[in-house]
Design a protein around this ligand. Structure first.
Ligand code: S3P
Length: 211
């Protein structure tokens, strides 16, 4: 278990933008990053349920905004358009703390009484963009769900076709090419690095809650 740095509270910077902020309550957001297949969505959803807070999956929100699936966005509009939409959707979520979005059908609206208001699962490529890192850093507690190439391969072997960056590739080679570069970025942006190898979704969520 590798832990980078632990903060008891996220550092919150940003000018007041909504009523909660004006009341001194900026939504507290935990953001999960990591490679495709690292369990960001499953762990995020479980974590939010355990914390009694709202949950949003950035990919799902992008699909809602575009009115089509991610493979469809990549196919019809290209990766560049997808990345633009990814940033603008992230901006909207961070601005509202997910409130407007989750009230329109996001999962687990949460009671708002706990330590966290929102768990947000990012896409595997979100933090590769410096603009996304600038939006997230200092605003969210960023958790990197770190997994070995073997673990990722076993998670992704059934699901690669729904992921445009993996579809049609030899999975093992693709992970071997993309993971080293991405691992360095995930590790750098994260407040906390959680080694997920050998842990179930529930165990990973429990570990994060226990930090
Ligand atoms: C991507 C990861 C995907 C999705 C898109 C691009 C990436 O999300 O955002 O296909 O660049 O790693 P998941 O990590 O949830 O699969």
């Amino acid at each position: 278990m590798k832990e980078k740095r632990q903060q008891s509270e996220p550092i919150l910077v940003h000018a007041c933008q909504n009523t909660d902020e004006a009341n001194g309550h900026l939504p507290r957001i935990m953001a999960l990053t990591g490679f495709m297949g690292s369990g960001k969505t499953s762990v995020g959803r479980t974590l939010a349920t355990m914390l009694g807070c709202a949950f949003l999956d950035l990919d799902k929100e992008i699909e809602k905004a575009a009115g089509k699936s991610i493979p469809c966005i990549f196919r019809e509009d290209g990766e560049k358009a997808f990345r633009k939409l990814e940033i603008s959707t992230l901006q909207k979520i961070l601005k509202s703390g997910g409130r407007e979005i989750s009230s329109e059908g996001g999962e687990n609206r949460g009671s708002g009484e706990g330590s966290w208001d929102l768990v947000l699962s990012l896409g595997g490529g979100t933090v590769l963009k410096s603009k996304a890192r600038a939006l997230l850093e200092g605003r969210c507690k960023i958790i990197y769900l770190k997994a070995s190439p073997e673990t990722l391969l076993s998670h992704l072997s059934e699901e690669a076709e729904g992921r445009p960056l993996l579809a049609g590739h030899d999975l093992s080679i693709r992970i071997g090419t993309l993971l080293p570069k991405r691992d360095a970025i995930y590790s750098k942006v994260a407040d906390i690095i959680v080694d997920t190898d050998g842990k179930s979704i529930k165990e990973t969520a429990e570990y994060i809650i226990g930090l």
